[in-house]
Design a protein around this ligand. Structure first.
Ligand code: ADP
Length: 366
């Protein structure tokens, strides 16, 4: 076997992996330095021995069968695809390995080359990653269910607060003096605000956990736009804003989930009213090729160019000096964009700081 040794030794010594060359019957004819190191043997101890010494005792019968099968059909391939392979160190310990086999034609017949790599570290790493992933998943699930159940628990008493404040303000139980009425209005608006935050949190939890159920159907866009404008008309009136609609006369059908679409539009129009002190909020509907575009333009405070891309992040309120004047959690646009994506569309924004903004929701036409 000295021929083989001479020919291939130099080649094998340079290989990064432990390499062992055997005859068809499993006799070792060549090992490189990496193999000596990996298995803890001196080269001389291995040459001429059966390769089985490097296989754990318990796996030797299978190994023999596999070796016979391989020499009958030798071609380059990984050993034991899909199986966990183990090798045996001289000191008796086992370690996981990955082995590639390839036939080597020589004058002395076909030999089998094995390149062996210790995968202990990789496996430890994989196990660690898997555990970390499972842990993260558990934390995520716990967070979602915590949020969902807390939101429900919080809404119940809040509905009572809002309901009874309303009854008091309607003076059903009896008359109120001006001071009492003023304070009750504060309670009412704070409670409503809190309720909308809780609703946002609940929506967020649902979206994040993939639990939003959408029913896609063709919807007449005009109807939705009108419904949204109607429900916010009084809010705009209270601020002295003109809330106007520009709708094409022929029906434009959009393919969407009714509730999600309303929610996104309500949020855009509500924001436009919230961030506009005088002038208008204008809702326009257009059908462009296969797209339906709802745009909400306002003559409000506008958004700085550098803040435009932050808008759709969770808990983002771009201008902190406005935060106190316009209360909100900064979740609305984040949720709206997530919903728009789930509906197969997206929201874009253009703005002229100090002059106004335009948010456009584009969705597929039915
Ligand atoms: P918020 O609850 O604070 O309104 P949103 O996610 O709906 O949260 O909006 C994020 C931020 O984007 C707002 O805090 C505001 O600074 C800005 N913004 C949204 N809509 C408008 C608008 N029409 N005009 C000016 N700024 C807006």
């Amino acid at each position: 076997m000295s021929d083989v040794n001479d020919k291939f030794r130099g080649l094998l010594e340079g290989a990064p992996d432990a390499m062992i060359i055997c005859r068809r019957d499993g006799t070792i004819v060549l090992v490189n330095a990496q193999a000596e190191k990996l298995f803890g043997y001196q080269r001389e101890e291995l040459l001429g021995k059966a390769v089985d010494v490097l296989v754990p005792q318990r796996l030797r019968p299978q190994h023999a069968a596999h070796r016979t099968a391989y020499v009958e059909d030798p071609h380059p391939r990984p050993m034991g695809a899909g199986l966990e392979l183990f090798a045996r160190h001289k000191n008796g310990t086992e370690f996981p390995v990955e082995i590639s086999l390839s036939p080597l034609e020589t004058e002395e017949g076909t030999l089998v080359t094995s390149a062996i790599r210790d995968t202990t570290e990789r496996r430890q790493f994989e196990t660690m990653l898997r555990e970390k992933n499972e842990q993260l998943e558990r934390v995520g699930l716990a967070k979602d269910s915590f949020l969902a159940s807390m939101s429900h628990e919080l809404r119940t008493p809040l509905n009572a607060v809002i309901g009874f404040t309303g009854t008091l303000l309607m003076k059903l139980p009896g008359p109120l003096n001006a001071e009492q009425e003023q304070q009750l209005r504060t309670i009412q608006s704070s409670a409503r605000h809190l309720l909308s935050l809780i609703n946002d949190m609940l929506d967020l939890a649902k979206i994040e956990s993939g639990k939003v159920e959408l029913t896609f159907e063709p919807i007449e866009s005009q109807t939705i736009a009108r419904e949204v404008a109607d429900s916010l008309q009084s809010l705009a009136n209270e601020k002295g804003l003109a809330l106007t609609l520009d709708l094409p006369s022929s029906d434009i059908m959009v393919l969407a989930d009714r509730r999600a679409l309303s929610q996104v539009l309500l949020n855009l129009v509500n924001n436009a009213i919230k961030y506009t002190n005088k002038g208008f909020v204008h809702v326009e509907l257009r059908g462009v090729d296969s797209i339906v575009e709802f745009s909400v333009a306002d003559s409000g405070i506008g958004i700085r160019v550098e803040d435009l891309n932050k808008l759709f992040e969770a808990f983002s309120q771009v201008d902190h000096s406005t935060t106190r004047r316009f209360e909100g959690a900064g979740l609305g646009l984040y949720l709206s964009q997530r919903l728009a994506t789930l509906l197969g569309g997206r929201i874009d924004v253009e703005s002229d700081y100090g002059k106004g903004s335009r948010f456009s929701l584009r969705l597929p036409r039915a």
